[in-house]
Design a binder for this molecule. Sequence first.
Ligand code: SHN
Ligand code: NAI
Length: 214
Amino acid sequence: MELYPINLKLAGRRCAVVGGGAVAERKVRTMLAAGARVHVFSPMLTPGLSRVYKDGRLHWTPRAYQPGDLHNFFIVICATDQAEVNRQAAAEARSAGALVNLADSPELSDFHVPAQITRGDLLITVATGGGSPALARRLKEDIAARYGPEYGEYLALVAKVRADMKNRLATAREREGFWRETIDPDVLNLLKNGKFTEAEERIRHAACCAGSES
Ligand SMILES: C[C@@]1(CC(=O)O)c2cc3[nH]c(cc4nc(cc5[nH]c(cc(n2)[C@H]1CCC(=O)O)[C@@](C)(CC(=O)O)[C@@H]5CCC(=O)O)C(CC(=O)O)=C4CCC(=O)O)c(CCC(=O)O)c3CC(=O)O
Ligand SMILES: NC(=O)C1=CN([C@@H]2O[C@H](COP(=O)(O)OP(=O)(O)OC[C@H]3O[C@@H](n4cnc5c(N)ncnc54)[C@H](O)[C@@H]3O)[C@@H](O)[C@H]2O)C=CC1
């Protein structure tokens, strides 16, 4: 299945989930982490979702989905255990202009939710086109073990220095060359070993030299 990856900004956007089971909970949690305003339509919630609701972080309509519920949402995830309900809700949401995911139908979905790892602003995702979500999860675990929290710290540092470099190196070509050389295994190893100060010094030194050459 051909797919085009994009990373959606959900902060402040209205998103709906139909169903309140284990799958709904997983989707709700990642959407909330992205800052979405999430509305659940379901007669029941998992204990985890109930806690999120009691904490005031979720809107909940405590009944089965009804036609007319799904207007004015940016994305809608249909995750009940009733295939026919998921299809009906998906059809309504799509005709109201939402991007739609059906938890039980990769084919009918506008998008799939990948397995994800976050390290600060670093986001790594794994997708299998719906072929094997269990494989996506396994690969995610392997990648998570390989790329620890130090990569989030590293990204924050590089992003800061990069903002300075935009003024220091005149052309996009120079900046590209600089960053390709600077993101090197030595710096990453320093970070992996917790040597943040040394890593930062290395990057700042490279930035400083590049600035004086130009
Ligand atoms: C198409 C997609 C739609 C979507 O949900 O967006 C979809 C569909 C389906 N999943 C099913 C089953 C399982 N899903 C998981 C787990 C995850 N599923 C996720 C995504 C996706 N699942 C999308 C495709 C992503 C891709 O492959 O590219 C992850 C990555 C992200 C997330 O959900 O947040 C999350 C990993 C969370 C993590 O990071 O740990 C596990 C494993 C487990 O739970 O341990 C199992 C059981 C093992 C297995 O089947 O592999 C079934 C069959 C149900 C049945 O048999 O009845 C369907 C429907 C069908 O296939 O028809
Ligand atoms: N995409 C994915 O990652 C996965 C998808 N699935 C699929 O997702 C479906 C849901 O899985 P679970 O969350 O584990 O099921 P579940 O049985 O835990 O939850 C189903 C939820 O749907 C609600 N519901 C039932 N009828 C409804 C209606 N008419 N309107 C609104 N809510 C209604 C129930 O109250 C319950 O909260 C499964 O049937 C399976 O096909 C299963 C595993 C992973």
